[in-house]
Design a protein around this ligand. Structure first.
Ligand code: C5P
Length: 222
């Protein structure tokens, strides 16, 4: 069978990574979490204590960064410059600053090139914000996954509680809205549904139901 490129985009906490991981597993494809790449660059920039909107300084960070994904039992571990940062890149400090870094042209160019290389052979499920529009405009399958802000905040809240993080629901809602706003209004590769993407509203669906829908879409293509 042809090795497909599958793009899954959408706003923050819509369930993209959970679903993308399962779809990749079902098909025996590679899963690529592009959000983790933007988070990794943000982490490295914060380590160096540079202004997060300073393009020139960010270019220096990109010059000697290595980002590695290593498969593990519960998903994958992320290494930046050989330091394990899997949990750290999910902390509020990163989540609340990543959109600033992700709006810089040099950063997007660097990561887009890298993502295109990773996806070039196909057999990939890639999730992010601009995969269907910019990174893989010719992807075989494009899904734009959405859910209400309330539902997304609630999912994040439950996930946080299981990790011992206790941010109030109302704050999570504000943070998610703020990040979506920044990601949707930036001038380069904003978060927007590709014209040919299939919109999938997961507000009232279980993970299992979403998987069934997506597998049907893929079967039709294959
Ligand atoms: O998917 P995740 O929430 O981990 O993404 C973190 C941030 O990285 C997003 O809010 C966005 O600013 C940026 N991002 C992006 N383009 C992508 C993936 C993520 O700009 N393809």
């Amino acid at each position: 069978a042809k090795l497909l490129q599958i793009a899954i985009d959408g706003p923050a906490s819509a369930g993209k990574s959970t679903i993308a991981k399962l779809v990749a597993h079902n098909l025996n494809y590679v899963y690529c979490d592009t959000g983790a790449m933007y988070r990794s660059v943000t982490w490295a920039a914060i380590q160096k204590d540079i202004p997060l909107d300073n393009e020139l300084e960010l270019e220096k960070v990109l010059d000697d960064i290595t980002i590695k994904f290593v498969p593990s039992e519960d998903g994958q571990q992320v290494f930046v410059n050989n330091q394990e940062v899997t949990k750290e890149i999910r902390m509020p400090k990163i989540s609340n600053n990543v959109s600033t870094v992700a709006a810089q042209v040099a950063v997007r160019k660097y990561l887009t090139d890298l993502q295109q290389k990773i996806a070039s052979a196909g057999g990939i499920v890639m999730d992010g914000r601009d995969i269907g529009t910019t990174v893989l405009p010719d992807a075989d399958i494009k899904i734009f996954m959405v859910a209400s802000v309330k539902e997304r905040a609630l999912r994040r809240y439950k996930e946080n509680i299981s990790k011992g993080i206790d941010t109030p629901l109302a704050i999570l809602e504000q943070e998610i809205e703020k990040r979506d706003y920044k990601d949707s209004t930036r001038s380069i590769s904003p978060l927007v549904k590709a014209e040919d993407a299939i919109k999938l509203d997961t507000t009232n669906l279980t993970i299992e139901q979403v998987i069934v829908k997506i597998m049907k879409i893929i079967e039709k293509k294959a």
